[in-house]
Design a binder for this molecule. Structure first.
Ligand SMILES: [Zn+2]
Length: 448
C-alpha cells in the first residue's frame, strides 16, 4: 500500500514510492492468477484519422490528447544528450505504467526490458530478459537512476533460452532479491517426452541432453536455487504480476522441444558465432526492391523452435492493451491471437506492442499482423494508433527488417528502435529530461 501522507521515506526523499507490504505476501500474489486480464479491452478506433491518445511525438507537437493537463506521458521517449538525468516525477494519476527497452549493443541484437507499474496501489518491478552478459550493468544502473534504486525485483522473466535474452539475467539474479523467476525449463519434461524420442531409452539421458542444449537456462536455474529464488514455469494462462501469459501453451511448448531436437544442429544453431557469421554474409548479399505503399513480402519459412517458445505477455493497463512478444514467431503469435478472446483482449487494438524478434521477417506475416494490429491503411495515416517498439542493435544492420518496419507503419504504428539507446513508454508517469522519438522513416524498399 502507498502512504500518500508523506510518511513513506521514499516519497520524502523525492523518490518514487514503493510498496511496503510484507515480501512473503508479494511473492504469493505474483504467483496467483491475475484478474486484470478479465478487464475489457478498449474499443479500437480503426477509422482513418481517428483521434489518438498517445500522439505526443516531437514531430507532431501540435497534437495533444483531448483531456486537460497534466498531459500523460505518451509516445516513446529517450534521454536527451548532455542533460542531467532527472528523477522520476509521479503525476496525480494513482495507477501508472512505464517500460524501458534498453539498448543492447553487440554485433547482434538482444532484449533487456525493465518495467514498473502500479495498479490498485500495488507497485511492481519486472525485468524481462537481460540481454548479453555485458548488458546487466546497464540494467542495474538504469534501475538505480530511474526506478528508485530497488533491492527487490518482483518478477524476472526469461522469454526463451537464447543467450541474447538469458545471459544478462545472471547478474540480476545475483544482485537483487527476486520474488519469482519465471522461465520454462525443457528438461523438466524429459520423462513425459521420452516416448517421442527414438534415440533415447532413458529419461535421465534425455534430461542430461536437454540441460546441455539449454545451458543458458541451466545457469539461471543454478543461481536461483543457490539464492533461494522461487522458479515458476510460465505457460498460457499463467499470471506474472498483472501480466497474462498468452503463449506458449504447454502442449505447443512440448511439441517445440521435440521439434527442436529433431532439427539438425547446424540449422538451428542460431546462437553459434560461426552460423551467425555465415548467415550475416548471406543476408548482407540480399537485394532490396523498390515497393509501393502497402506492399509486403515475407519469406515462407518461419523462425527457430526456440524463438517460437518465447513467452508472449499481455497487460491491460486501464483499457490500453500492452503486448510483449520476445522473439515470438508466427506460431506463437497465432496462438496469442486465438487466445485473446478468452482473456478479454479484443484484437486489433493494442496500444503498445514489442516488435517480435528485433524486427525479424521470419516471425510475422501480413495475415498475422492484420489480426494483431488491424488492416493496412490506404496511405500513411495522419495520426498513429499505437506504439511499436523494437530492440535492435545499431551494429546489427539486418534488424529491423525493412519489410517488418513497413508492415507496422502500414497498420498505423508509431515505430521506434533502440539502436543503442533506451526507449521509454509510459502512462500516468512522466520522465523529465527525456525527449519524444520522431516517427520512423518509411522504407521505400524491402528485402527481395
Ligand atoms: Zn533475440
Amino acid at each position: 500500500m502507498f502512504d500518500y501522507s508523506g510518511n513513506n521515506k521514499n516519497v520524502q526523499a523525492g523518490l518514487p514510492p514503493v510498496a511496503t507490504e510484507p515480501r512473503i505476501g508479494k511473492i504469493r500474489r505474483i504467483c496467483r492468477k491475475s484478474t486484470d486480464a478479465k478487464l475489457k479491452a478498449s474499443d479500437h478506433a480503426r477509422a482513418k484519422g481517428a483521434e489518438r491518445s498517445d500522439a505526443l511525438t516531437s514531430d507532431r507537437a501540435d497534437i495533444r490528447p483531448p483531456i486537460a493537463p497534466p498531459i500523460p506521458a505518451g509516445s516513446p521517449v529517450r534521454p536527451l544528450a548532455g542533460r542531467r538525468q532527472a528523477v522520476l516525477e509521479r503525476e496525480k494519476m494513482t495507477d501508472y505504467f512505464e517500460i524501458d527497452f534498453l539498448g543492447v549493443e553487440t554485433a547482434k541484437s538482444g532484449d533487456a526490458i525493465t518495467l514498473r507499474y502500479s495498479i490498485g496501489g500495488i507497485t511492481r518491478i519486472h525485468i524481462v530478459d537481460g540481454g548479453y552478459l555485458g548488458t546487466s550493468d546497464q540494467i542495474i544502473e538504469h534501475l538505480k537512476t530511474y526506478y528508485g534504486a530497488p533491492t527487490f525485483i518482483d518478477a524476472v522473466v526469461l522469454t526463451h533460452s537464447d543467450r541474447d535474452h538469458a545471459n544478462g539475467l545472471r547478474k540480476i539474479l545475483e544482485t537483487y532479491d527476486v520474488g519469482c523467476l519465471y522461465m520454462n525449463r525443457p528438461w523438466l519434461y524429459a520423462e513425459e517426452l521420452l516416448a517421442r524420442f527414438e534415440t533415447y531409452t532413458s529419461a535421465s539421458a534425455l534430461y542430461r541432453k536437454l540441460r546441455e542444449v539449454y545451458a543458458a537456462v541451466v545457469e539461471l536455474e543454478d543461481i536461483a536455487l543457490r539464492r533461494g529464488i522461487p522458479i515458476s514455469d510460465a505457460f498460457q494462462g499463467a499470471a506474472i504480476g498483472s501480466f497474462m501469459v498468452m503463449a506458449p501453451s504447454r502442449t505447443r511448448y512440448l511439441d517445440l522441444i521435440v521439434a527442436s531436437q529433431k532439427t539438425p544442429e547446424a540449422a538451428k544453431a542460431e546462437g553459434s558465432a560461426r552460423f551467425s557469421l555465415l548467415r550475416n554474409l548471406v543476408e548482407a548479399a540480399k537485394n532490396f526492391i523498390a515497393a509501393a505503399w502497402g506492399e509486403e513480402r515475407f519469406p515462407a519459412d518461419g523462425t527457430s523452435s526456440e524463438n517460437e517458445m518465447s513467452l508472449v505477455q499481455y497487460l491491460n493497463f486501464g483499457g490500453e492493451p500492452i503486448l510483449l512478444t520476445g522473439d515470438a514467431g508466427r506460431e506463437a503469435l497465432t496462438e496469442t491471437i486465438a487466445y485473446a478472446p478468452m482473456v478479454g483482449l479484443n484484437l486489433p487494438g493494442l496500444k503498445m506492442v514489442q516488435v517480435p524478434h528485433h524486427g525479424g521477417r521470419h516471425n510475422v506475416s501480413s495475415e498475422i499482423l492484420d489480426a494483431l494490429l488491424g488492416p493496412k491503411f490506404d496511405s500513411m495515416p495522419a495520426n498513429t494508433l499505437f506504439s511499436a517498439i523494437c530492440s535492435s542493435a545499431k551494429e546489427d544492420k539486418d534488424h529491423p527488417r525493412k519489410v517488418v518496419k513497413r508492415a507496422f507503419l502500414h497498420r498505423g504504428a508509431h515505430f521506434s528502435e533502440t539502436e543503442g539507446k533506451p526507449v521509454h513508454w509510459s502512462r500516468g508517469i512522466s520522465r523529465p529530461g527525456w525527449t519524444s522519438i520522431p516517427q520512423a522513416d518509411y522504407p521505400t524498399e524491402m528485402e527481395e
